[in-house]
Write a protein that binds this ligand. Sequence first.
Ligand code: ADP
Length: 240
Amino acid sequence: MQPPATGEPTLRLEGIRKSYGTGTAHETEVLHGVDLSLARGEFAALIGPSGSGKSTLLNLIGLLDKPSSGKIFLIGQEAEGLADKDLTQLRAKAIGFVFQFHNLLPAFTAVENVMLPLLAARGRPDAAMRTRAEQLIDKVGLKPWGHHLANDLSGGQQQRVAIARALVMQPALVLADEPTGNLETQSANSVFDLLREVSSGGTTFLIVTHDPRLAARCDRLIELVDGRIESDKATPVARP
Ligand code: ADP
């Protein structure tokens, strides 16, 4: 794979369109030409009404689905035309995912869950992987819990493990879909504080949220309405 071109943004979208049901009587275009660029270290919220296309856009950026037309550049690399193997490699290298439901493996420990992406990339476990996972578990404030099964952790703790797992490959971009959506207020706030804290290392974050208080704490607010970017602006006073 080519190294990233210098000066390229972490993410660049050009004219992204997406239709579902292509070739059927029910073909519907849900994204109508989205242009977007995210620089290194940006901490941005993606907001908009339900059905406006946020998840569709996140899936495209995460290389989990392909646009009907338009271009996606991640760390300077264009996704179109890559073989599946190279797409998988680009995704693993460039992107970390945090979902509302953290998708941890319940019968594995917190540390083992964080090791999984490393294991998938490198084939077999080694001591360095475990050390890296333990460092991240420490960083997300879970040191005493590292060797507990994911199943035995609270919702907020599980989401911290998911954040550590998203960071383990040192991705350029973290995509978070309602990362605090199933947490009560205090836990949601502290998970959000953690996201802000870990973003300070130059990782770019794009966070889908319908919580206006959390969106206001991002540096940039990108609003999607009916499959188009309706507004894109810096938040007046981003509160750390
Ligand atoms: P949001 O995340 O903003 O709620 P979505 O991206 O989930 O929006 O959905 C945007 C539109 O695309 C909606 O009208 C939804 O019904 C439609 N849609 C989403 N996924 C599919 C799919 N797999 N097949 C057909 N239509 C879909």
